[in-house]
Design a binder for this molecule. Structure first.
Ligand SMILES: [Zn+2]
Length: 388
């Protein structure tokens, strides 16, 4: 029971140590991937938005076309209305004429019937009732004239009717033409409406896509802000850690344990110096190179705190380490094959920090060693040989 309890405490202590361990994560890869996503999404958004604008232009164009057709159709409608009205008027006139004709016809018929029924004016009657030939001719012509006049009147009415009928027929024909034209225009308008609806649907879809992309961008940018904040917090924590370590060092009585009178020891135990501040060609180098084979242990030149432990690029330092020392100087170890310590870690002089290699901008296995008066910038490099 007691043993188990101790074990648990032991595990808890280990966990708590692990949790307290200072660790620096690099957000560079994550950030660059995120930036790429943001860029791509913004490009997609631009594409979608320009498609949307195009569709909106089409909708606008179709709308104005449809309006034009609407105007045309409306004018045809009023034309049809007008023609129908005219046809109706013609019909009314026709009906009136027909009525008049019928009336006249009836009158004539009636008169003729009366003549026959009364026998007054039958030719024979007229002849017989005539006193003499003069009387007969006079009476005969009177009846004849009356009948002729009525007949002419009726014929005149029929001619009028015929004329109006023709006009009406012409009107009906042109009405048919206008109606056909209207139907044609309506068919085109219908097609345009269909096209407009399709385009509007497209605009709707593109709007939804655009909104989704905007949301994505917003989310990515939020994530980027979080990463920036984390990175900043990390930088702050590192700064604090460095300050704390510096304070502890300054107040502590322990020496740096350095064996060199100038503060730094050689970072490799073997290997000759193959280049100094200037190459033999005269070109500026800003460091000391030690000719060592790949995998040679590299040691911290003095006590300090690791401020960089990372991949510095294939055209640059390769795997490299930078340490801030308590005397305010920085040392840098480049072209390593593998890194042993991590950012924020306190190191002692002579502690293994890296294995040398041939990574980055390196023409052969060696350790590139710099001393700087400030962490950044090549101009802050000083001659390491002055400190070894
Ligand atoms: Zn070098």
């Amino acid at each position: 029971m007691k043993k188990i309890g101790l074990k648990i405490i032991g595990i808890l202590v280990i966990i708590s140590i692990a949790m307290n361990a200072f660790s620096i994560m690099s957000y560079a890869t994550e950030k660059s991937e995120l930036n790429k996503k943001i860029k791509e999404t913004k490009e997609s958004l631009n594409e979608v938005n320009s498609q949307k604008a195009e569709s909106e232009d089409k909708v606008e164009d179709l709308t104005s076309q449809i309006k034009e057709y609407e105007k045309e159709i409306n004018s045809l409608k009023s034309e049809i209305e007008q023609k129908n009205k005219e046809i109706k008027e013609m019909q009314k006139k026709l009906d009136e004429l027909e009525e008049e004709r019928q009336e006249k016809q009836d009158l004539l018929d009636e008169r003729l019937i009366t003549i026959y029924e009364n026998g007054e004016t039958s030719y024979l009657d007229v002849l017989l009732s005539s006193a003499d030939i003069t009387d007969f001719i006079s009476k005969y012509y009177m009846v004849e004239t009356l009948t002729e006049a009525d007949k002419e009147l009726i014929e005149g009415l029929e001619a009028d009717k015929k004329e109006i009928e023709e006009t009406k027929n012409n009107l009906n024909e042109s009405l048919k033409e206008v109606e056909d034209k209207k139907e044609e225009q309506e068919a085109i308008q219908k097609k345009l409406n269909k096209a407009k609806n399709q385009e509007e649907k497209k605009v709707e879809d593109l709007t939804a896509q655009s909104e989704d992309l905007e949301e994505d961008i917003e989310a990515y940018e939020k994530k980027m802000k979080e990463l920036d904040a984390k990175e900043k917090a990390q930088e702050e924590a590192l700064k604090h850690k460095i300050e704390q370590a510096q304070e502890e060092h300054d107040s502590g009585s322990s020496s740096s344990g350095g064996s060199s009178s100038k503060g730094f020891i050689r970072p490799v135990k073997t290997g000759s110096i193959t280049a100094t501040m200037y190459y033999s060609s005269g070109k500026y180098h800003g460091a000391v190179d030690f000719g060592v084979s790949v995998g040679t242990p590299v040691y911290a030149a003095a006590d300090g705190i690791v401020v960089t432990s990372t991949w510095g690029g294939s055209d640059s330092y390769g795997y490299y380490i930078k340490i801030k020392h308590y005397n305010g100087l920085y040392t840098l170890y480049a072209h390593g094959s593998s890194l042993v310590v991590s950012v924020g870690q306190e190191v002692k002089q002579g502690q293994l920090i890296m294995y040398s290699g041939n990574t980055g901008n390196s023409t052969g296995p060696h350790l590139h060693f710099e001393v700087r008066v400030s962490p950044g910038g090549y101009s802050n490099r000083v001659n390491p040989l002055n400190y070894l």
